[in-house]
Design a protein around this ligand. Structure first.
Ligand code: CU1
Ligand code: ZN
Length: 177
């Protein structure tokens, strides 16, 4: 009787150990899987990873980024600050997933966190009249047609993710140059 209980305890202990090992391995897989780096809603207390401003208080598209294998999202007050971060050489290596608001799906003053889109495939309008948290900013859209429609109304020209440079950002910030 006693011996049976001991055997059972030993067996249960072994099972717990095995499940824990599976869990540890599982976490590792989850973290490196881009499926588990989803866009996150921006809360009233969330501060910009780059400039520290309260993100929610400002109009215009915001950005989010995850480092490779990380489950902790970094949030940005504007596409301007997202790209200032992304364009640092070390972040181009370390950052895995990047999101921007699709501004075709929500008003400029109040971007909707249900409509983030993959920043790498998005279309951007630069040199337009609308302002974001840091002043001039990149208007982001999931579809080319929506970006063109925006540019027809607010001015500016279309660029793709890979065409955006630090030089372009500083030219936007000081439009006289
Ligand atoms: Cu800011
Ligand atoms: Zn910022």
């Amino acid at each position: 009787m006693n011996r049976n209980i001991l055997n059972f305890t030993g067996f249960a202990g072994g099972m717990i150990l095995i499940s824990s090992l599976f869990l540890l391995g599982g976490c590792d897989n989850l973290a490196s899987d881009p499926q588990h780096q989803p866009p996150q809603a921006i809360g009233a207390a969330d501060e910009c990873h780059l400039c520290g401003m309260l993100i929610k208080k400002f109009p215009g598209p915001k950005g989010e980024a995850y480092q490779r294998g990380d489950s902790q999202v970094k949030k940005f007050c504007s596409t301007m600050d997202l790209f200032s971060y992304w364009l640092q050489p070390e972040n181009q290596v370390n950052v895995q997933t990047v999101y921007v608001h699709d501004m075709a799906r929500s008003p400029w003053q109040q971007p909707d966190d249900a409509h983030f889109t993959d920043a790498r495939t998005a279309w951007y309008v630069v040199g337009h009249r609308e302002r974001g948290a840091m002043g001039a900013t990149l208007a982001s859209f999931a579809n080319r047609e929506e970006a063109e429609k925006f540019a027809a109304q607010a001015g500016g020209k279309l660029v793709r993710f890979g065409e955006i440079t630090l030089e372009m950002l500083s030219a936007l910030s000081s439009p006289k140059m």
